[in-house]
Design a binder for this molecule. Structure first.
Ligand code: AMP
Ligand code: ZN
Length: 478
């Protein structure tokens, strides 16, 4: 691992907490280890670039925590059961819809396979985007007993009741319901739709379990499926405990999913569930909400088809704050690709090692990312550094690599063809020296830094100083 675990004393870390609607100073519950849960995808289809924004956001949060010396236990769940197409607790679930779409028979085995296929694709996308792997990707269908146990506790404590179609959480019994804020009911189509359920005690009550005679798992209250909300609460508790540091998700989760998660967890534990609730904003595509019917659910492979590196998308996202709505256009992505290419060329021409991280720049960078993950400012600091001619090239290189621990743009693993290496030699050199210079260039391209340094020393011994400059390798006869 190339993360520095050194504790940094400088600027405090502030994160926006959707609970207080303020930036708050972040301090872990236990020492320097942070526990973080991210609501994962429903694996009924390929992820689109909107979905992927949610995981680049949580990746940046995690990297900033690591940059600041914390260790992070991160969980991203995989929803492969129970996420209904509507928030109304009625109708089809997304996994069944996926099976139907693919012409597969509705059974648990096929559902698991469908989940497997899209989970694999999702994880591949995250890897492509340089998202660090979480501690685990638990699947809802592998944690059914944990969810049944949670519902049993809620029933025992009097927070759940049965209707003809399922087991419901009784929001009226949980006095603090709506910790993340409840939208006005008349303006809130999701909640007002819940009223359609005649048997519910309150329109805000939600399904913990849906009965299904044909498909699902056995429970003492009847065969069926767990609800989407109980799944996250049960898995977060299983992996991170009853009280943990950070829970992340998209802004669409705030009003219902996360209020419900809090209600379930705190009704059972009588403890605060997560200290910080962080939410990433949406992207629109060419000004429109992403939707299958709009035909704009762009997937990562489509970027590659157009010859654009997926990392350009990561760069593009970094230039907008995670709490701001971003409008994606192909033009803006192309702009990001060009900027990234330019940054990498700057970097490619820097000498390979021996530099030190510059405190002044590091402080600026750390201050930016510590202000609620201000990545647009952090990218601006990167550019300021790349363009600063007063900085020694090798120090510039070391500092860029330090920043990349958070940015994750892959400066370290840049393809060798990006290197621009016009070799200028003042005074002319022998064939032997030319050969050594070529060999050194090859070693650099192969990232064999030890050999390239060795060759530099040999050349020095022969009376030639070799310097890697932004304009290429400069050789001077001493
Ligand atoms: P889902 O698979 O529908 O549960 O969504 C997975 C994640 O993608 C959730 O965290 C959503 O908040 C997020 N998401 C869905 N659409 C968008 C979008 N257009 N922009 C950003 N995030 C989105
Ligand atoms: Zn969730």
């Amino acid at each position: 691992m190339w993360f520095s675990r050194k504790k940094i004393k400088s600027s405090p870390l502030f994160l926006y907490n959707s609970l207080s609607k303020n930036k708050e100073e972040f301090k872990p519950i236990h020492g320097s280890s942070v526990r973080m849960y991210t609501c994962g995808p429903t694996v009924y289809d390929y992820a689109h670039i909107g979905n992927l924004r949610a995981y680049i956001f949580s990746d940046i949060a995690k990297r900033v925590l690591q940059y600041r010396g914390f260790s992070v236990k991160h969980i991203i769940n995989i929803t492969d059961v129970g996420h209904l197409v509507h928030d109304s607790d009625d109708g089809e679930d997304k996994m069944s819809a996926g099976l139907l779409r693919e012409g597969k028979e509705l059974n648990l085995e096929n559902m698991y396979e469908l989940g497997e296929k899209y989970t694999k694709s999702f994880i591949d996308d995250l890897k492509t985007l340089h998202v660090l792997m979480p501690f685990a990707y638990p699947r809802a269908s592998d944690n059914i007993q944990e969810q049944i146990a949670f519902i049993t506790s809620l029933k025992q404590k009097g927070y759940a009741y049965n209707t003809s179609d399922g087991v419901y959480f009784d929001t009226a019994k949980f006095k603090a319901y709506g910790a993340l804020g409840l939208p006005g009911v008349e303006n809130d189509s999701a909640h007002s739709r819940l009223g359609a359920h005649a048997e519910k005690h309150d329109q805000r009550d939600f399904a913990l379990w849906k009965f299904n005679k044909n498909l699902g798992w056995e429970a003492s209250w009847g065969k069926g499926f767990p609800g989407w909300h109980i799944e996250c609460t049960a898995m977060a508790t299983k992996y991170l405990g009853k009280h943990f540091d950070i829970h992340t998700g998209g802004v669409d989760h705030i009003a219902i999913h996360h209020n419900n998660e809090i209600a379930q967890a705190e009704a059972v534990s009588n403890k605060r569930f997560a200290n910080f609730w962080m939410h990433g904003e949406f992207i629109t595509v060419e000004g429109k909400r992403i939707g299958k019917s709009e035909g704009n659910a762009i997937q990562l492979y489509q970027l590659k088809e157009r010859g654009i590196s997926p990392i350009a998308y990561r760069y593009l996202l970094l230039t907008t704050h995670y709490r701001s709505l971003m409008n994606f256009t192909w033009e803006s992505l192309q702009g990001a690709a060009t900027a990234l290419q330019r940054a990498k060329r700057h970097f490619a021409d820097l000498p390979v090692n021996g530099g030190k991280v510059l405190d002044v720049y590091r402080e600026k960078f750390e201050k930016a990312v510590s202000d609620d993950l201000d990545t647009p400012k952090a990218v601006a600091v990167l550019w300021e550094l790349l363009k600063d001619d007063s900085v020694l090239p090798r120090d510039k290189r070391a500092t860029v690599l330090n920043f990349d621990q958070v940015l994750g743009l892959g400066f370290k693993d840049m393809p060798s063809e990006m290197r621009s290496v016009p070799v200028s030699v003042s005074g002319g050199v022998s064939e032997e020296v030319t050969k050594l210079l070529e060999e050194r260039e090859k070693a650099r391209n192969d990232k064999n830094w030890a050999r390239s340094d060795e060759l530099r020393d040999i050349l020095l011994g022969m009376g030639f100083s070799v310097e890697d400059t932004p304009d290429g390798v400069k050789v001077v006869k001493l």
